[in-house]
Design a protein around this ligand. Structure first.
Ligand SMILES: [Zn+2]
Length: 261
C-alpha cells in the first residue's frame, strides 16, 4: 500500500511529462506551419497519381520529369523578389502513388472534415516513409484525361501538416495552367487565402485583381495567383494561361509572410 502510494506520484509526473512533451511538439509544429521562415530551403515532394485510372493519364505520368516543375520555382522566386524576399524551393518528384488519397467528405460537417484530415495526414506520412526524406510540403498531383474529365474538382491544400491534393489535366497543352494551379495550392499551404468568389469563380475586387488600380478597370490583363482568373468585366473572367499573366499582390504576400502586415 505504502509502496504504490510512493510510486504513483512518479508515474503521474512521468505521464504528465510525456503529455507535455507531445503537446510542445504539436504546438511547435503548428507554429512552424503558420510561420514559415523563408530564409530556410523548402523541400516539396510531388507524387503523381493516375486520377481516372486511364491509359492516357498513365502514359502522361510515365513521361513526367522533375524539371517539368522548375518553372514554378522560377515564378515564385521572381514574385517573392518583388517583396525583397529570397525564397528557395526544391522539388522532388516521387514515384507514382497507386493508392488513392482519402476522398474529401461530401458533407462539410466539422467531424467529417477532421476525420478526413487525420486520414490524409496518415496517408501522407505513409508515402513519405517511401521517399526517405521529410519534405516541408507534400503535394499529391492527381492527373485526369481532359477528353474524359472536362472539369476538375477543387484542389485542396492544408496549412497544418503542409499537404495537398491537386487535380490537374494529363495533357502537355495544359502544363502551363497546371503550373499555376500547383503554385496556387502551394501558397495555400503557407497561409494564402482564395481571392475569388467560391460560388461564381469571379475574382474579388480589389484583392483578386492583377492590377486593381488599372483604369479603365476592365478588361484586366493579369490575374492574382490566389484568384487564378483574369477579370474581363464585373461578371466575366477567364483562367490565366501562363505565369506571364499571373501576379502575387500585397494581400497574398502578407498572408504568406513575404511582406510585413
Ligand atoms: Zn484555392
Amino acid at each position: 500500500m505504502k509502496k504504490t502510494k510512493q510510486k504513483s506520484p512518479n508515474w503521474k509526473t512521468l505521464r504528465i511529462g510525456i503529455l507535455l512533451f507531445v503537446l510542445i511538439v504539436v504546438v511547435k509544429g503548428v507554429w512552424q506551419d503558420n510561420n514559415q521562415d523563408w530564409r530556410k530551403p523548402i523541400f516539396v515532394a510531388l507524387y503523381p497519381i493516375n486520377g481516372d485510372q486511364t491509359a492516357h493519364s498513365q502514359n502522361y505520368i510515365a513521361k513526367l520529369k522533375e524539371q517539368d516543375y522548375l518553372p514554378i520555382v522560377g515564378y515564385l522566386q521572381s514574385e517573392a523578389e518583388n517583396y525583397q524576399q529570397p525564397v528557395q524551393f526544391y522539388f522532388k518528384l516521387g514515384q507514382e502513388v497507386k493508392v488513392l488519397p482519402p476522398a474529401l467528405p461530401e458533407g462539410k460537417s466539422v467531424f467529417s472534415v477532421m476525420l478526413w484530415s487525420l486520414k490524409f495526414r496518415y496517408y501522407t506520412w505513409q508515402q513519405q516513409q517511401e521517399l526517405g526524406i521529410k519534405p516541408n510540403l507534400t503535394l499529391f498531383l492527381k492527373y485526369y484525361d481532359p477528353a474524359v474529365q472536362r472539369e476538375l474538382k477543387h484542389s485542396t491544400a492544408l496549412q497544418n501538416g503542409r499537404m495537398g491534393i491537386v487535380n490537374l489535366f494529363a495533357s502537355d497543352k495544359q502544363n502551363a495552367q497546371n503550373q499555376i494551379v500547383i503554385a496556387h495550392e502551394m501558397l495555400h499551404a503557407f497561409g494564402a487565402t482564395d481571392k475569388y468568389d467560391l460560388s461564381t469563380g469571379q475574382p474579388i475586387y480589389p484583392q483578386g485583381y492583377g492590377d486593381p488600380q488599372q483604369s479603365p478597370r476592365y478588361p484586366q490583363k493579369t490575374a492574382e495567383l490566389m484568384a487564378g482568373q483574369i477579370a474581363l468585366s464585373e461578371q466575366k473572367s477567364k483562367m490565366a494561361e501562363s505565369f506571364r499573366q499571373v501576379v502575387i499582390n500585397t494581400d497574398t504576400a502578407k498572408e504568406v509572410g513575404w511582406l510585413k502586415p
